[in-house]
Write a protein that binds this ligand. Sequence first.
Ligand code: AMP
Length: 278
Amino acid sequence: MIVCTTIAEARDALRGVERPLGAVLTMGALHAGHLALIRRARAECKTVVATIYVNPTQFGDASDLDTYPRPMQDDLRVLRREGVDVLLVPSDAEIYPEGFSAWIEPGEIGERLEGEHRPGHFRGVCTVVLKLFNILSPDRSYFGQKDAQQVLVIRRMVDHLALPIDIVPVPTVRERDGLAMSSRNGNLTTQERRAARVLHRALTAARDLAAEGERNANTLRAAIHATLAEEPLVTIDYISIAHPQTLKELTTLSGPALASLAVRIGQTRLIDNITLLG
Ligand code: AMP
């Protein structure tokens, strides 16, 4: 694996590589969710490039950025083992040079859900993703359905800016008890980790109700709320039953819908989602 820290090194390493080139963009602290993306890229692409960059502009909360895990040696070992060809680990100065001002505005879809609760989040995400795409020029890039809104926002950016890149969504990888894998799970105490099981339980309760014929979105939101309320350690940020493409909140389900939620457990913020009637 060629490890690069600058744009120039990454361009050199990728010049003339066999195509298709698959990209997996991460913030490191790699877990089985990231591995699913990397393995899918490895299976479908001749060359795989990964990035590790904890992008400061997508964090609203300075302490979240400070406590974000950065186990670089473990990550390098994992990426080598998985047969990644090139890794870019850029510095902040490389991504945001002095006076940086070329921001990407994601528009309406980026202002809902996560965007509403983390203002500027998707502006930061879109800007770094476009920059990494410009550095790497991949044919395909793999994104986790765990961050369903991110997939929609990136797809729209790629479409509106006519980037010649396929965005490939990958299903959410979960722990045995249903908790979606996340780099932040490691920050939970034992008690908080136990409480976190309620996220998936709440979403599957809504999925089961919808499968049994419930079409009233408020009833589904209430079911999620009631399940989450069983856990005193959980504080709810939002509960959403939305159109799976536009993310507009629904009143009645007439087809597949995205049920998503964000909560805080202690100092840790967790998100998850599931497709209803999918
Ligand atoms: P992150 O390092 O959290 O920015 O995530 C990097 C990529 O991995 C994003 O496309 C995420 O959606 C994806 N990802 C994170 N957690 C999971 C998971 N549990 N299952 C599938 N993909 C995931």
